[in-house]
Design a protein around this ligand. Structure first.
Ligand SMILES: NC(=O)C1=CN([C@@H]2O[C@H](COP(=O)(O)OP(=O)(O)OC[C@H]3O[C@@H](n4cnc5c(N)ncnc54)[C@H](O)[C@@H]3O)[C@@H](O)[C@H]2O)C=CC1
Ligand SMILES: CC(C)CC(=O)C(=O)O
Ligand SMILES: [Mg+2]
Length: 362
């Protein structure tokens, strides 16, 4: 029996609900596959500010560093808006401290949910794409200044920062359909001009077998919903990736379904749903836990290298969706907890088989 330490950071809003759901499914995996998962629950975000004044405490950081993988729910909410310490700052600091520069956001389309997307069936059917978002650079991390009548957020990218996330995207593309669309704003931004040069050079030197195209972020955000099947791997910088991946989640039917994995060169990965703390749903058992549960599948695959176990979770999610179970965001009336229980039960009964295209990276 192998033992893995998993740090759980529930955070704020629906964060604790979806974290509980993911932990329940992970426990089912441990039972079904005879592993031992030791969960260490720690504060982050607004919950950490309330308890300690700090959105990321040293205790939380040490627990994360000592773990094999970190699972995070969500942070933020109106309670802390306008405060001097922001919950979101804790998450940004954690990403930086763990060095998780590549944020991988697969967009999953379930046939049974095609009608949940506001887009036409024929537009979203068979979409299979993944966003590689740079996660520890750009304007979220540059110097912030605020004067009486001005504010600025500096956006800096270095060549190594661009190269390492681009390399991850090219490697993923090789294992998929062999195409990378690099998104920037090179007609306006100097950082984007460097981004385009570095991606082009790396492609020529190491990945000439992969098809590379460049797109400007404004037209990309239009094409992504007009012809999403045109894309395989979308590579982009931090803020553009944040925005495009929320947009892309609409293709699958709900942001509540969308998972993510954040990986670095070494150390534990960070796994979190794409959505935020959804204050409108918090504490009501109304949110969809599937984005979190699929993030726990990514934790198994990339964080713990347990591919069969990850397949089992993904297959269990698909079977439960195919059975007609729907949370409110998808037009149903099943609660977050009941949905998690159904998926955990399916995991316990599972033999591993999954149709999802696997990414091999990290
Ligand atoms: N990774 C994180 O912790 C993130 C935190 N945030 C924070 O979350 C707070 C709320 O931000 P919003 O802009 O409202 O984004 P949000 O993603 O929390 O919610 C946007 C919309 O999606 C819905 N939604 C989100 N998660 C859902 C789920 N699991 N099931 C069903 N519906 C779901 C919400 O009800 C809302 O209508 C803010 O404080 C923001 O800073 C936002 C994004 C990411
Ligand atoms: C720091 C987070 C609130 C940024 C975000 O929206 C995300 O990572 O998806
Ligand atoms: Mg976001």
């Amino acid at each position: 029996m192998s033992t893995f330490n998993i740090a759980l950071l529930p955070g704020d809003g629906v964060g604790p609900e979806v974290t509980r759901a993911a932990a329940e499914v992970l426990q089912a995996v441990a039972d079904r596959f005879h592993h031992r998962f030791v969960f260490d629950t720690q504060l982050i975000g607004g919950a950490a500010i309330d308890a300690t004044g700090d959105p990321l405490t040293q205790e939380t950081l040490v627990a994360c560093r000592q773990s094999h993988a970190v699972f995070l729910g969500a942070v933020g909410g109106p309670k802390w808006d306008g405060g001097s310490r922001r919950p979101e700052q804790g998450l940004l600091e954690l990403r930086k401290a763990l060095g998780v520069f590549a944020n991988i956001r697969p967009v999953l389309i379930y046939d049974a949910l095609l009608d949940c997307s506001p887009l036409r069936r024929e537009v979203v059917a068979d979409v299979d794409l993944v966003v590689f978002r740079e996660l520890t650079g750009g304007s979220y991390f540059g110097e912030k200044r605020r004067g009486a009548d001005f504010a600025s957020d500096q956006c800096i990218y270095t060549t190594p920062e661009i190269e390492r996330v681009a390399r991850a995207a090219f490697i993923a593309a090789r294992a998929r359909r062999g195409k990378v669309t690099s998104v920037d704003k090179a007609n306006v931004l100097e950082t984007s001009r460097l981004w385009r040069e570095v991606v082009t050079d790396l492609h020529a030197k190491e990945f000439a077998d992969v098809r590379l195209e460049h797109a400007l972020v404004d037209s990309m955000s239009m094409q992504l919903i007009r012809q999403p099947r045109a894309y395989d791997v979308i590579l982009t910088e931090n803020m553009f990736g944040d925005i495009l991946s929320d947009e892309a989640s609409v293709l699958g039917g709900s942001i509540g379904l969308a998972p993510s994995a954040s990986l670095g060169a070494e150390g534990p990965g960070l796994f979190e749903p794409v959505h935020g703390s959804a204050p409108d749903l918090a504490g009501r058992d109304r949110c969809n836990p599937i984005g979190a549960i699929l993030s726990s599948a990514l934790l198994l695959r990339y964080g713990l290298r347990l591919a069969d176990e990850a397949d089992a979770v993904e297959a269990a999610v698909e079977r439960v969706i195919n059975s007609g179970a729907r949370t409110a965001d998808l037009g149903g009336d099943i609660g977050c907890q009941a949905m998690a229980e159904r998926i955990a039960d399916e995991v316990l009964r599972s033999v591993s088989h999954s149709h999802h295209v696997q990414m091999h990276w990290g």
